[in-house]
Design a protein around this ligand. Sequence first.
Ligand code: AMP
Ligand code: MG
Length: 322
Amino acid sequence: MNNACFTYSQQLMGTTVSLQLLTENLQAVAAVFNTIEALEALLTVNREHSEVMNINHAAGKHPVTVSDLVFDLIMQAKQASLLPNSIFNLAIGPLVKLWKIGFSGHTVPDSQSISEKLALTDPRLIVLNKQNNSVYLPKTGMEIDLGAIAKGYIADIIKLVLVQYDIHHAIINCGGNVLTIGSSPLSPNKYWKVGLKKPFASATSLLGIIRVQDKSVVTSGIYERYFIQNNHLYHHIINPATGFPLDNELESITIISENSLTGDIFSTILYGLGIKKGREELNKRTSIGAIFVTKDKQIILQNDQHFQFQLLDKNYQLHKSV
Ligand code: AMP
Ligand code: MG
């Protein structure tokens, strides 16, 4: 067994992106990081200009024609927003910008500002025209935010880039989104190892190890971006029904799926559903696996035919859902 492993990292998409390859291929590495940079420049809402920002700037004025990739992601994001009981909402932008959670100037907004912004977050109003790839936000102040899913979409494209370079065994970590490609020749059982982070602990403290092959592992958690005011924790997953961060029994949810976009969409949706409804949903969607981590230190595995889990932190109790 050849244990060589080449790791490359760059600061992109507001996080450290790291790529592990088993053979040195600097052309492939450059192609991966250039692709991420180019896609981030199309999709970000944290800069003044991007294709998504062009749409947002034209809200209430006119439709904006975007590239195939951006149109495709927005179309999928709209579909995910319209699923029954979905808290995922691509039109959440005005509330994300109001709260500024994870950015300087974060604040608990007054209730009037929340209701004003809530009126601008109806995903059904977004007009998509496939004939000319145009997107129209009919009310001034509406804003698309793809922050919950851009990394997953980009990770899936990176897999295609690597395959073009004949790379069939690799792992890419976009901070919260890990995509494993093929099997791992590095371990005897050929599984890639992905750490499950301990909520609110240092980045290297793990609750356990997830073992997968050729799968995406995506986590959404309330400890990723948050602030505390008057003893209340305000985190970055907003309930589109209330305009406030959505609180339930969960600290994090990890989705194991074929592709990373699906993982990203369902980590948000299943976080919103919580354990009881989330389990019902997962019984219908057997192609995705999930790991729920609760505030009272329970770890619940569901559809675990898609992964293996090894508990490391004995303060947590492990359960298998049936
Ligand atoms: P993630 O880290 O993938 O769980 O995504 C969190 C990010 O998604 C936030 O920082 C916001 O940009 C965005 N977001 C927050 N609430 C929602 C929501 N209800 N639907 C879609 N995106 C959201
Ligand atoms: Mg996500």
